[in-house]
Design a protein around this ligand. Structure first.
Ligand code: DWN
Length: 393
């Protein structure tokens, strides 16, 4: 059997659908099930949601919403300039420009189908295509600018359903000596952390290096370098070149990482069935914590109304009976309600004095948050996390 469903997380809403009212007339739900492809070793959702339902002109997430990510992108931009010195750079999924704005002195191009986000980079003077990435668009850009030296894409390729079309379009636009850099959450880290919240409508795939190697080889692309990152709870930055490009040597890290994944069992279905059992246990234990705190009348809020947290809240059925409200710094989430679970979201102005516990929706920014919330911690406030296992911190 080529494709096997190994985990059913139940019915889920569109994670970007932050609601204007806690009692919407209609809300769209789909079945969130995870699939293992025995041939390519790719992990994906069983049911994809239509792209236009997720990525439109009401897209809420701003990549620059955390200092951690701002610093990471600035640092990477400097490194790229020094090491590769691209004259033409293109970003697929340029969001609010947090990365691409660092390349003002060379030709920088953004691709961003969410029109509200594309408007931000257009206003910065960056040529931005507010379209979905595909072969047709790669041709349109090639006709105008010729081939591109460096294509970068963070937290976006994992969001695109048609990977063949995606890599075909990259191959088409990338110069013969060019580099394509992909950055996405690491499947191995997600499995180790029991971070099942990396799976939601937008994350059609969570990539292993093994699967990436298998699915890109037909498109003349070869991985030559990998960097393991701490961002988003553990990500891989994967560098590709065209197979005939001898300018860059394939680093030993690539083979090492493939071996590590094999040893961990990335190629085997049983790894995923074990993960599924851990997820079910995680759900039981997280619910236990919330029920206990409710029983002793503790006031619990959520910290960071992330897209990820939508999976946890809906899977564990944690609504406003358990979480009074969420605090979030993103202006477009303010005054809205979490999808599916209808918990109010308020603008972050510090954690109020009457709060006993805060559930870390943005657990991936724990260090940044703990630094910021010293006074909450000092007065006895506690955080709740489900990663790597449900506990009070
Ligand atoms: O891939 C994706 C990632 C990169 O971004 C998208 N599909 C959607 C989105 O997912 P997410 O919401 O899970 O991402 P973040 O970056 O973990 O979201 C952090 C949220 O937490 C933001 O809404 C900002 C908020 N936040 C906060 O309120 N206070 C974050 C920090 C660090 C804070 O101190």
């Amino acid at each position: 059997m080529k494709k096997v469903i190994f985990l059913d997380l139940g019915k889920h809403p569109i994670t970007n659908n932050f609601l204007k009212t806690p009692k919407p007339d209609k809300e769209f739900f789909y079945n969130l099930k995870l699939v293992f492809n025995n041939k390519t070793k790719l992990i994906s959702l069983a049911n994809f949601v239509k792209p236009k339902m997720m990525f439109n002109d009401t897209y809420a997430h701003r990549a620059s919403a955390s200092m951690t990510m701002q610093n990471a992108y600035n640092k990477l931009a400097e490194k790229i300039k020094k090491k590769y010195d691209p004259k033409k750079i293109l970003e697929i999924g340029s969001n609010d420009g947090v990365f691409i704005k660092n390349f003002k002195k060379v030709k920088n191009i953004g691709v961003e189908p969410c029109k509200n986000l594309a408007k931000i980079t257009k206003n910065m003077g960056i040529e931005t295509y507010d379209e979905f990435w595909d072969f047709k668009l790669s041709n349109k850009i090639k006709e105008k600018h010729g081939k591109i030296d460096l294509i970068y894409s963070a937290n976006t390729i994992s969001h695109i359903h048609n990977l063949s079309e995606t890599f075909k379009a990259i191959k088409n636009l990338l110069g013969e000596d060019g580099i394509f850099i992909l950055e996405d959450p690491s499947l191995m880290e997600s499995l180790k952390n029991v971070a099942y919240d990396q799976f939601y409508d937008e994350h059609s795939y969570v990539f292993s290096i093994t699967a990436l190697k298998n699915i890109t080889k037909d498109f003349d692309l070869e991985i030559f370098k990998i960097e393991k990152l701490k961002t988003h709870g553990g990500s891989n930055r994967v560098y590709f070149k065209k197979i005939d490009n001898k300018k860059y040597k394939v680093s030993k890290i690539v083979m090492k990482q493939l071996k590590n994944e094999k040893k961990y069992g990335i190629n085997q279905l049983k790894t995923y069935t074990k993960f599924a059992s851990k997820v079910k246990k995680s759900k039981r234990n997280l619910i236990k914590i919330f029920k206990k705190l409710k029983k002793i009348n503790k006031t619990v809020i959520g910290y960071g109304a992330t897209y990820k947290s939508s999976t946890v809240l809906n899977y564990c059925k944690l609504n406003s009976n358990f979480i009074k409200y969420f605090l979030d710094t993103t202006p477009t989430k303010k005054g809205k309600y979490t999808p599916g679970t209808h918990i109010p979201i308020f603008k972050y102005k510090g954690i109020p004095k009457n709060i006993d516990y805060a559930f870390l929706g943005a657990w991936n920014f724990k260090d940044e948050i703990f630094k910021k919330e010293k006074s909450f911690i000092k007065r006895g406030g506690k955080f709740i996390t489900h990663v790597p296992n449900p506990k009070i911190l």
